[in-house]
Write a protein that binds this ligand. Structure first.
Ligand code: HEC
Ligand code: HEC
Length: 374
């Protein structure tokens, strides 16, 4: 009876391990797999990855053949120990739990196979070698798995806003919404290094201020969507939700209005610097939705400058506007207004005329032009 149970256990465990190793070994033959990236990051050459893959695949098959099972299990255990060592060397000791379960099961297979062999040969000696090996491997496994117990990456331990039942995929979707909404990478909020695998990151820690702010933002967005927007009675079929990107537009801080930014530069560094800044931002962001490069922004700013008595700055920005938005009749009209205010009638006329050539029905430009023509 005991023997029957141990036979069943042996075959179930062997079959399970064969599947695990075939599954782990096969993708290692692909140069575009995650394994290829991981092995490269660990500094191993491609042949080593192929070798590990081959041992896993062949070992997985040989586990199922009684005569070869012990050797296969030993070879696979060496691979598992090597993998654990790699995690530790690369500063990620908690990842050794990945190999812990297979290692325990491999030890079990070795133990059971050795016992059968020993029973068959009535040799107590080989049995004790078998059980010693099993005990040793089991101990190494338990010691290796200890640090992992407290922090299992598949489980989230510090979610204060998001639902605790969120699946791994669901959480990653939320996080990807953060990275694209703010135009950043995971390490903007989490402790980790660019280029290192995510398994080396500390996602639980709250030390980065950006992560704490992100929590505030997350709560704010939930209130906006669940409490305020939910109360709109006539919601369209394509009802929108507020997201990080709604305000952040792919920037770490929500961008301020273009005219606000330029006004600040003019006040601090003068209009020439502001024009430089405009070209810089336009170069980088034109066609995107971060800044408004349509004619209105510069026209509004010019009016503000004129009201503050900065006519020359206003003229410089309106001239810029006629260059970047050559079809802006309003930019020419405002230029006319400022020249008129300065008493430069000829220049004023010229600009009203340009405004009218672009927009013949513009009533304001028409009125001014007729007044001046008298
Ligand atoms: C804008 C900041 C921000 C960015 C960028 C970000 N996260 Fe997060 N992440 C958070 C916040 C905030 C939480 C905690 C949420 C909560 O308390 O409910 C969190 C929680 C997590 C957790 C759960 C940790 C735990 O055990 O509690 C994981 C895992 C995680 N993030 C992974 C990622 C990954 C992977 C990326 C990159 C794709 C990423 N995050 C990008 C802010 C960010
Ligand atoms: C309603 C608009 C709005 C939405 C939606 C929004 N934010 Fe913000 N966010 C702001 C404002 C405003 C600031 C403050 C900018 C400043 O003055 O530094 C800010 C600042 C931040 C900061 C700190 C920036 C820094 O470096 O100082 C983080 C991180 C952040 N938001 C993350 C998020 C995340 C993640 C989301 C989506 C869950 C989000 N925000 C959604 C408006 C918004």
């Amino acid at each position: 009876m005991r023997k029957r149970i141990s036979t069943i256990v042996l075959w179930v465990v062997s079959a399970f391990l064969a599947l695990v190793f075939l599954n782990a070994g096969w993708p290692k033959f692909s140069d575009s797999s995650g394994w290829a990236r991981a092995f490269a990051q660990w500094g191993f050459p491609a042949w080593f990855r192929l070798l590990v893959g081959a041992v896993e695949v062949v070992g997985g098959v040989l586990l199922l053949i009684p005569q070869t099972a012990i050797y296969a299990a030993l070879a696979l255990a060496v691979i598992m120990l090597g993998a654990m060592g790699t995690h530790i060397v690369h500063g990620n000791p908690t990842a050794v739990y990945h190999e812990a379960v297979p290692l325990v099961l491999l030890s079990l297979v070795i133990y059971l196979r050795k016992r059968r062999k020993a029973n068959g040969q009535a040799s107590t000696n080989s049995q004790s070698i078998g059980s010693r090996t099993a005990v040793l491997l089991g101990l190494i496994t338990i010691l290796g798995a200890m640090p992992a117990l407290g922090q299992i990456p598949d489980k989230f331990t510090n979610l204060q806003v998001l639902s605790k039942d969120l699946s791994k995929g669901g959480l990653l979707d939320v996080m990807k919404g953060f990275t694209s909404g703010l135009g950043v990478r995971c390490q903007h909020c989490h402790i980790g290094e660019e280029g290192k695998p995510l398994t080396t990151f500390d996602f639980v820690s709250d030390t980065k201020a950006t992560k704490q702010t992100a929590r505030v933002m997350l709560r704010m967005v939930q209130v906006i969507n669940n409490e305020h927007l939910a109360r709109i009675e006539k919601k369209s079929a394509s009802a929108l939700q507020v997201n990080c990107i709604t305000c952040h537009h792919g920037e770490t801080r929500p961008p301020r209005a273009l005219d606000e930014i330029l006004f600040e530069v003019i006040s601090a560094q003068g209009v020439q610097e502001a024009i430089k800044k405009y070209h810089e931002l336009r170069e980088k962001h034109y066609g995107g939705f971060v800044y408004d490069f349509r004619e209105g922004a510069l026209n509004r700013l010019a009016q503000k400058l004129q009201a503050a008595g900065k006519n020359d700055d206003a003229i410089a920005l309106l001239t810029l506007n006629t260059q970047v938005n050559p079809k802006s009749a309003l930019a020419y009209f405002f230029l006319g207004e400022i020249y008129l205010a300065k008493g430069e009638k000829a220049l004023a006329m010229e600009n009203y005329k340009k405004a009218l050539s672009l927009e013949p029905d513009n009533p304001f430009a028409k009125k001014r032009f007729e007044e001046l023509a008298k």
